[in-house]
Design a protein around this ligand. Structure first.
Ligand SMILES: Cc1cc2nc3c(=O)[nH]c(=O)nc-3n(C[C@H](O)[C@H](O)[C@H](O)COP(=O)(O)OP(=O)(O)OC[C@H]3O[C@@H](n4cnc5c(N)ncnc54)[C@H](O)[C@@H]3O)c2cc1C
Length: 629
């Protein structure tokens, strides 16, 4: 072993790696972050934005659990939108388009200033494994760092190959070399290594665009920061994005050149993300559509680079130039960087425990794109969980497993380790059965006590979050206690805010339940509307949707009962009568920790669940009888 030793080594400084390092360090561990480029910590490989539907919820969860993504996104936001703000609260999501370079600078600043984190700029070539236990990494210069735990967050880099037309270039993304060694080693250890693919659109030169032919799209005037650490006003001047459309000429050029697209020639073997299709995919899968929209998004407040949202492509450079110039506004466009696809190795996530520790290789944790996901937020959420669990492993503490009813991060991890994935997994609100509970506005209620117990929050932030919870409680009390009576004056006020009069005394809570009544209108009745949206929104949603929320809570209670029926990891499924061969195979592979998890494994039928319950009961009874003999 080399001379250096640390508690935790994090391999990779992307979105998963920086959250993992920050979480472990906050819990008091010494962390060495090994990454190929120090200047690209938290680098946005693709779109210059953080959040979105369901993803925004993950960012807020990471923040309440003490993470850094939300605060960095707030400070570097150049356009903010709350998506679906007119729809139900379960499907609202915040999205911040960010200044990409500043985002990286902000993350680097946080990581480099942390006393417990040191950065080693190098490639980790292999893991040091002794007796099925990972205890360090070997760097490209042949030196070794030993550690109690290793976290792998290698993103799109393991045996990464970029494709543009028929060109194949080794690399994890433009400007970064591929990393080689660890995936081969994991395959040799018996891990099933998958090949996945993702793609990115061209970046365009700002001055070469005729903006008059596009339609500006502005962000929201109100800022609803991801982090309660952030100020309530925008940090940076806000910019517009611009909308344009492809047309039949664009599609004709793409169709005529499909034989040069690596996805269509079979050059790319990896499975791509169904929900982020390339433009080649779009014109073939949705052949009836004569136009697709594209957003031109500045990659920052000052940069010259424009990201072309919706036009991911890996066609040859010449073809990209040809079809882009058919799009209104892009007739004379200059391309700063062509679109490309990248293929990379990842690990089939059913080979990982819900703690994100690898099965069969102790003290090795995996997080981010290496687990088959796609997206910065999904990576950050996993990084945080892996960071906490690695620290807890090093310190001999209980692991953290977030429930599906606690956080989108819980849904994400459970889906990955229980169902696996064959294509880059992206989070959607529809993946969460308890989505009315997993809202953005109640993230503090859902996760504050966890974060506090785990010791993830500094005193100042703890105080801030407690203050918000207390204010919400006070407001709830005030709205329940304060009553209005059907006096002439009250009816006049009700008429003024556009709601029918009342026949008997009611509380302000009951009044707020009415569809047309908004919280701010209650000022008429003496309510302190100076409470910020971060205080009143959660209270308002709880009141307006009380009936639905109660029903949701009932379902959560039922589901929790099944989660609480634990299954020991050594259950011999092959000897349980009534299980099919497929069920035995899947249960043995996944080793569900609870009946709740077992019933989510695809192919495991209700009859199998009954059989396992009978087995557990018989063995519990037998164990009980033996104890009392
Ligand atoms: C071309 C491209 C297109 C994409 N398109 C989309 C998209 O459309 N939508 C979407 O949601 N996501 C997209 N992504 C994915 C998005 O970038 C990732 O989901 C996200 O960055 C994953 O975060 P991560 O931390 O897992 O990995 P990354 O952000 O990829 O970071 C990995 C880090 O690990 C380091 N590293 C790797 N191996 C080693 C090693 N052996 N030793 C030391 N350091 C190592 C790298 O240097 C890097 O810092 C795209 C990515 C690329 C490259």
């Amino acid at each position: 072993m080399g001379s250096k030793h640390t508690d935790i080594i994090v391999v990779g400084g992307g979105h998963a790696g920086v959250e993992a390092a920050a979480a472990s360090a906050r819990l008091g561990c010494n962390v060495i972050l090994v990454t190929t480029r120090r200047d690209r910590l938290g680098f946005m490989s693709c779109n210059p934005s953080i959040g979105g539907l369901a993803k925004g919820n993950i960012v807020r969860e990471v923040d309440v659990l003490g993470g850094i993504m939300g605060m960095a996104a707030d400070q570097t936001c150049v356009q903010f939108k709350r998506l679906n703000s007119r729809k139900g609260p379960a499907v609202r999501g915040s999205r911040a388009q960010c200044d990409k370079d500043l985002y990286c600078d902000t993350i680097r600043d946080v990581i480099t200033k942390h006393n417990n984190i040191s950065i080693v700029e190098s490639e980790a070539k292999s893991l040091v494994i002794e007796n099925d236990m990972v205890c360090g990494v070997v760097l490209e210069d042949g030196s070794t760092i030993s550690s109690t735990v290793v976290i792998l967050t290698t993103g799109t880099f393991m045996r990464g190959v970029m494709h543009i037309g028929t060109k194949r270039i080794e690399g994890g993304r433009v400007g970064d070399k591929a990393t080689v060694g660890i995936s081969d080693q994991l395959a040799a250890q018996g891990f099933n290594v998958l090949r996945l693919k993702t793609g990115t659109p061209p970046r365009l030169k700002r001055d070469s665009i005729d903006w008059s032919k596009t339609t500006p799209q502005f962000g929201d005037k109100d800022f609803f920061p991801f982090s309660q650490r952030s100020q309530k006003a925008f940090y940076l001047p806000q910019v517009a994005c611009y909308l344009s459309y492809t047309n039949e000429r664009t599609h004709d050029i793409i169709r005529a050149n499909l034989h040069l697209s690596p996805m269509f020639t079979g050059q790319i073997e990896g499975q791509g993300p169904r929900y982020c299709p390339s433009i080649e995919d779009k014109v073939t899968r949705f052949a009836e559509k004569i136009s697709h929209q594209t957003f031109l998004e500045p990659e920052g407040a000052r940069t010259d680079s424009i990201y072309l949202q919706g036009i991911s492509t890996s066609l040859p450079e010449g073809v990209q130039e040809q079809f882009l110039r058919t799009i209104p506004g892009l007739e004379s466009v200059e391309i700063l960087r062509h679109g490309y696809a990248v293929e990379y190795d990842c690990i089939e996530p059913t080979q990982i425990w819900p703690t994100l520790e690898a099965r069969g290789l102790n003290n090795l944790y995996l997080a981010g794109q290496i687990n088959g996901t796609s997206g910065y937020e999904e990576a950050a959420g996993q990084g945080l969980v892996a960071g906490v669990n690695a620290a807890h492993r090093a310190q001999g503490k209980e692991p953290l497993i977030l429930g599906r009813d606690e956080a989108y991060i819980g849904v994400l991890v459970d889906d990955l380790v229980t169902k696996g994935t064959r294509e880059p997994y992206r989070m959607f609100t529809s993946r969460a059965e308890h989505r009315l509970h997993l809202r953005e506005d109640n993230t503090i209620e859902r996760l504050f006590s966890r974060a506090d117990q785990l010791g993830l929050l500094d005193d100042e932030y703890k105080e801030r979050l407690s203050y918000i919870l207390e204010s919400r409680e006070k407001l709830r009390e005030q709205l329940t206690a304060k009553k209005i009576s059907p006096t002439y004056e009250t009816q006049k006020k009700l008429e003024k805010i556009g709601t029918p009069g009342i026949l008997k005394q009611i509380s302000l809570k009951e009044l707020l339940r009415r569809n047309e009544v908004e919280f701010r209108m209650l000022q008429e009745f003496g309510v302190d509307v100076e409470f910020g949206e971060d205080v009143f929104e959660a209270v308002e949603v709880d009141i307006k949707y009380e009936g639905y929320i109660e029903r949701q809570n009932e379902l959560i209670r039922i589901a929790r009962k099944l989660e609480n029926v634990k299954i020991p990891s050594d259950v011999p499924y092959q000897s349980i009568r009534g299980l099919s061969r497929e069920e035995v195979e899947k249960l043995t592979k996944i080793k569900p920790l609870s009946i709740g998890q077992a019933q989510r494994i695809s192919g495991v039928n209700p009859s199998a669940i009954q059989a396992i319950l009978v087995y557990l009961k018989l063995h519990k009874d037998a164990a009980h009888a033996n104890r009392h003999r």
